[in-house]
Design a protein around this ligand. Structure first.
Ligand code: AP5
Ligand code: MG
Length: 192
């Protein structure tokens, strides 16, 4: 199994690049944001609980997203590998993921970190808000809150994987296809 984390702040292009990467490499795309939005749309109890956090730009509790990922891993037994997008977002989530993969005799091969500066991130989210319909895109205060939460709670996840020398930074400020080439050049060196 080849497991990859696409890491980066809100608006850095994780979703955009994930779509292209799973097509090229045949990995299963696991975006906790997408999974939560699906629950929200269906108004499931989980979705209703999650909405109050999402709408404030806060993280949904760890046990909720870890449970979702655990089920998704089991549902896709036999996959070539997984691309994690927007997960793990806390050190507790990272430790839980490492354990879940260990049970499957696997691990994270690589963490690709998209570097984009904050002005550009906010600009991208303002643009995306025009069409995304996402409640957490609608307001610049929530967008900024998401960047704060990222710095305080999610950035330590990169430090966690850096201990194992798994993190590689890629310039996320260039055109979409150029960012994609940067990512694939690193994956091609690692994937069997
Ligand atoms: P989530 O859905 O994960 O959102 P996010 O991390 O805030 O990131 P985004 O989806 O906003 O950005 P992205 O990096 O995917 O960028 P995109 O490709 O869209 O999480 C939402 C919420 O759910 C969280 O706040 C939290 O409440 C909850 N949640 C989710 N996961 C959780 C977890 N694990 N634990 C707890 N809570 C969780 O690109 C952005 C825009 O820029 C697009 O319009 C795109 O077209 C454009 N763009 C992309 N690349 C480029 C480029 N190179 N040049 C110019 N424009 C570009
Ligand atoms: Mg996304």
């Amino acid at each position: 199994m080849f497991n990859l984390i696409l890491f980066g702040p809100p608006g850095s292009g994780k979703g955009t690049q994930s779509a292209k990467l799973v097509e090229k490499y045949g990995l299963i795309h696991l975006s906790t944001g997408d999974l939560l939005r699906k629950e929200l749309k269906l108004k499931t109890p989980l979705g209703v609980e999650a909405q109050q956090f999402i709408d404030k730009g806060q993280l949904v509790p760890d046990e909720v997203v870890i449970g979702m990922i655990s089920s998704a891993l089991d549902e896709n037994a036999g996959a070539r590998g997984f691309l994690f997008d927007g997960f793990p977002r806390t050190v507790a989530q990272a430790e839980a993921l490492d354990k879940l993969l260990e049970l499957k005799k696997s691990s994270i091969a690589l963490v690709l970190f998209l570097d984009v500066n904050e002005d550009e991130l906010i600009q991208r989210l303002i643009n995306r808000a025009k069409t995304s319909g996402r409640s957490d895109d609608a307001d610049e205060n929530i967008q900024r809150k998401r960047q704060d939460v990222y710095r305080n709670e999610t950035l330590p996840v990169a430090a966690h994987y850096d201990k194992f020398k798994k993190v590689i930074h890629v310039d996320g400020m260039t055109e979409i296809d150029e960012v994609f080439s940067g990512l694939t050049s690193h994956i091609d060196k690692k994937i069997a």
